[in-house]
Design a protein around this ligand. Sequence first.
Ligand code: URA
Length: 238
Amino acid sequence: MRLDKLLANMGYGSRKEVKGLLKTGAIKVNGKAVKDAKLHVNPETDEVSVHGEIIEYKEFIYLMMNKPQGVISATEDHQHETVVDLLEIDDAIYNPFPVGRLDKDTEGLLLLTNDGQLAHQLLSPKKHVPKTYFATINMKVTEEDVEAFRKGVTLDDGYVTKPAELTILKSGESSEIELTIVEGKFHQVKRMFESRGKKVTYLKRISMGALPLDEELELGEYRELTEEELSALKDKKE
Ligand code: URA
């Protein structure tokens, strides 16, 4: 890979800006100052440093976030804070984007990556990647609801949902449930309960495909996926 491309990918500016940086002599490859932007380097074996700091090159980044309420699942928003605003600069330089959307008032598992192929696979309707949510509901959830969700319910726009698995954790004036769906229509969980005349009062995603939310993560915190988590996620998409 060309040195200027590697440095640009790592967030050291545009190719033009990187050229300027090279001219200053700040870049060393295997300990020797280099000014040639076109020099080919092997990110696996060559040691590249900027102002004496060795850079660890990686093409893709995979982050698991425990999304808090009040932030938007987008890379940019004119009015509100986005999930990308919560990232440290060292992670943001990879330009990760959220894989799918959680509503502003939904909490929980959100994957962010710059790996477009993986994101596409996880979001493709054909792949039926299961997503599990924990929710509280404003009234009693019954076995009839379980059966209705298993068969599929008709949403306000006439769409009939695919079979979904509803587990009642606590049923009463306010109920607690887990719901697994294999699609991702706009506001799907809320609209499924609306079709039963019920309202979601709290919603949190607790898993996506083979990836459960790390409950150690506080709201707004995130971490990189482990190798195991990443390969489990990739295996499941095939
Ligand atoms: N379903 C919803 O209604 N909202 C979400 O954020 C995710 C699924």
